[in-house]
Design a protein around this ligand. Sequence first.
Ligand SMILES: Nc1ncnc2c1ncn2[C@@H]1O[C@H](COP(=O)(O)OP(=O)(O)OP(=O)(O)O)[C@@H](O)[C@H]1O
Length: 232
Amino acid sequence: MIEGINISKTYGSKNVLRDISVRIPRGEFVAVLGPNGAGKSTLLKILALISKPDSGQVIIGDQSIVNTPSDLKRKIGIISHSSFLYPELTAYENLQFYGRLYGLDNLEAQIIAVIKKVGLLLALNEQVYTFSRGMLQRLSIARALIHNPEVILLDEPFTGLDQDGISLLQGVLRDLKSNHKTILMVTHSFEDGMNDVDRILILNKGQIAADFPTENLLSEDLKRIYHEKVAC
Ligand SMILES: Nc1ncnc2c1ncn2[C@@H]1O[C@H](COP(=O)(O)OP(=O)(O)OP(=O)(O)O)[C@@H](O)[C@H]1O
């Protein structure tokens, strides 16, 4: 479970998030849609404990960040525009670094398992600066999942992936969902990864303009609701 309660954030004089509350129960997969500048990435960074809100609170599991932020960070895996990878290190060394940071046991086996999951076994010992954009994206998925987090936060994860990468990520998301992980994905796409989404939030001008389940929702209905909500 992850929850943001009455979150507000300003940058200079700009109110980027205006008293937003969002709760994602364990095992739910939520997609956040909204126009450029709506505040989607800001919300994700605050929930990921990367950025601090001006006011409001984040709760993960049953713990508030006020008490134990570093323990709570272990419960989160984030896939965002920053890969958080070290270009001079190999894929293996990057995953080893993060695995040690999280104090994982039996690390080598876990690295091999996660690298296979993202289809990069043959590049395991290559330095990351030689990787293509798609390979970097795959490795950052592995980096985000190495510690088996409870909550996975994704910021436009399909950007930069080719068709194989898209299918792979869709499989990873399906897997995470079947393991009852809590997932929040910021996206611009009405299609990629949407098959497994349970609920959609539409963010507009720093506020939640709509929050609805995807059950029985047709793609054209979603597009209509989206355009209605962001037009106002
Ligand atoms: N670190 C920052 N400093 C100043 N302004 C920022 C910062 N981060 C974001 N902003 C501003 O806050 C607003 C919301 O940005 P945010 O990235 O959260 O929007 P978004 O909905 O994710 O947009 P996009 O779809 O374009 O990624 C934008 O006007 C942006 O310029």
